[in-house]
Design a binder for this molecule. Structure first.
Ligand SMILES: [Zn+2]
Ligand SMILES: [Zn+2]
Length: 77
């Protein structure tokens, strides 16, 4: 009777996770984002998203069909 050393074959499954984060910028700038929206009813705009909940022109309430544009403005010089 011989002792059998059970050797389990190990499969080296290399987890190839090549994820590169290319967004590494120094954030030492203050950005002010201003969102404006255009009425899809009468195409009036730009309207301030914070002030004008409804279209000043046709009183159309801003819905998901209205185009919203967000622009980031770097404040400071
Ligand atoms: Zn409108
Ligand atoms: Zn709308």
């Amino acid at each position: 009777m011989a002792k059998h050393s059970s050797s389990s074959p190990r499969e080296t499954s290399g987890s190839s996770g090549g994820k590169k984060d290319g967004s590494s910028g120094s954030g030492s700038r203050t950005y002010t984002t201003s969102s404006t929206w255009y009425c899809n009813n009468c195409n009036f705009g730009p309207n301030n998203i914070n002030i004008d909940a409804c279209c000043p022109n046709c009183q159309h309430r801003r819905c998901k069909y209205c185009r919203v544009t967000t622009t980031s403005v770097a404040s400071g010089r």
